[in-house]
Design a protein around this ligand. Structure first.
Ligand code: ATP
Length: 243
């Protein structure tokens, strides 16, 4: 289970998220919707312990992220939208690095085997010597997802997982995420309303760092008298603007 308790985050003087509380049950796929700069990535990073709350708490599978950051790294996997730091790595170097970080308990040989497994499972063998910066968007995304799953985490956090993919790859990735959710809790951010509708059991709408609506896609449509999630989303955001 992922739980945010009055999560507040400042970057210096910039307030990126204020007093956000929500829960995501085990094996659910949840998504955060919001405009650019709303605070989505700020929340995702807090769930996997990349940064800590300024106040409030983030609890993942019963563990307080701030109190046991090492354990949090073992049970979560994070796929950023753009892993800027690793663009100069080859695919294999990237997976070696992630496996070393995420599979701390494993022996050297087992780590090597895990990298080979990931290269095979994600059909990356042909591009393993290529730099990530030189890959097509689809292969980049595949490499990032392989990295996020390196430690076989129970909780998977994905920042805009289908952004820039072609429709066939979008469909394949959504199916894959559905399969993964049989044994994992997944939290994504997305700008795709169809993704939220077909994939996610919980939808959280964030606006200017505040949680302004939550529910299922269907309940949000009902609550905001809308025929689509997009219409409901726009009403929610415009209501907030008017206030
Ligand atoms: P997008 O959809 O564009 O990716 P987002 O909803 O993920 O946006 P965040 O990246 O969480 O938004 O940013 C929320 C706010 O925090 C924005 O005002 C952003 O400028 C600010 N912010 C994010 N990261 C930092 C940082 N490292 N230092 C300072 N401010 C930051």
């Amino acid at each position: 289970m992922i739980e945010l308790q009055n999560f507040t985050k400042y970057y210096g003087k910039t307030l990126a998220a204020e007093s956000i509380s929500f829960k995501i049950e085990d094996n659910h796929i949840a998504c955060i919707l919001g405009r650019n700069g709303a605070g989505k990535t700020t929340i995702l990073k807090a769930v996997c312990g990349i940064h800590y709350p300024s106040s409030g708490a983030v609890i993942v599978n019963g563990i307080d992220v701030e109190k046991d950051p090492v354990q949090i790294k073992q049970i979560t996997g994070y796929a950023p939208e753009n892993p800027v730091f690793s663009m100069n790595y080859t695919v294999k170097e990237y997976l070696n690095t992630v496996v070393n970080l995420r599979c701390l308990q494993r022996q050297k040989k087992a780590k090597k085997e895990r990298v080979c497994e990931l290269l095979e499972q994600f059909s990356l063998l042909d591009v393993k010597a290529k730099k990530i910066s030189e890959l097509s968007k689809g292969f980049k995304q595949r490499t990032i997802l392989a990295g996020a799953l390196a430690g076989n985490p129970k909780v998977l956090i994905l920042d805009e997982p289908t952004s820039g993919l072609d429709p066939v790859q979008v469909q394949e990735k959504r199916e894959f995420l559905k399969q993964l959710s049989q044994t994992r809790t997944i939290l994504i951010s997305t700008h795709s309303m169809s993704e939220a509708e077909v994939l996610c059991s919980d939808v959280f709408v964030i606006n200017s760092g505040h949680l302004v609506a939550s529910g299922t896609a269907d309940s949000l449509k009902t609550d905001y008298c809308s025929s689509s999630l997009e219409e409901a989303f726009l009403k929610i955001i415009n209501e907030e603007k008017a206030e």
